[in-house]
Design a protein. Structure first.
Length: 171
């Protein structure tokens, strides 16, 4: 298929509008307490590391993560990072506009608190409504409302599926 520059710009604009414009996560979620449930917990206050395993569920406002294992890293009681493993890890969060929730699955997920990014790795799929974004690695910035996918070194294919808007649906 041969695309001209105008067509390419239209496709890129469509991707940005459909994957990005409505995805901004609820800002109020960040002000909510983080609740963790698991079958087992091992907490080391000295190192600031907590490990949860077996049917792990993390909830903060509308954000929910389920995993087989979760490791939480803190410094002086402040969250630094969370790493989750699962078959798969499942993530979901309501968007600011509330019309199409964000959900994702991957074998591994990491949340970097300082940069407010979530990294999904190994068979990662990010969904909003019927639109999907899949790759071996997806980086989702909650602050910047951006998605970056693919291996840093290249070689990984990114697949994006954008459904046409329903009648009356303004994107």
């Amino acid at each position: 298929m041969n695309l001209n520059v105008k067509s390419l710009r239209f496709i890129i604009a469509g991707i940005c509008l459909s994957v990005s414009a409505n995805t901004l996560a609820l800002q109020s979620d960040r002000k909510q307490p983080i609740n963790v449930e698991a079958d087992r917990a091992s907490i080391n206050k000295k190192t600031g590391t907590s490990t949860y395993s077996g049917n792990v569920v993390v909830q903060q406002g509308s954000m929910r993560i389920t995993a087989n294992k979760l490791v939480v890293y803190t410094v002086k009681g402040k969250l630094q990072k969370m790493q989750a493993q699962g078959e798969p890890v499942e993530f979901q969060q309501r968007t600011e506009k509330g019309n199409k929730d964000i959900s994702a699955t991957a074998a591994n997920m990491a949340f970097e608190a300082s940069s407010n990014i979530i990294i999904f790795e190994q068979d990662a799929v990010l969904r909003q409504g019927a639109n999907t974004f899949s790759s071996n690695r997806i980086v989702y910035s909650l602050d910047k409302d951006t998605v970056d996918a693919g291996k840093k070194s290249g070689g990984d294919r990114v697949t994006i599926t954008i459904q046409p808007p329903a009648e009356g649906d303004a994107r």
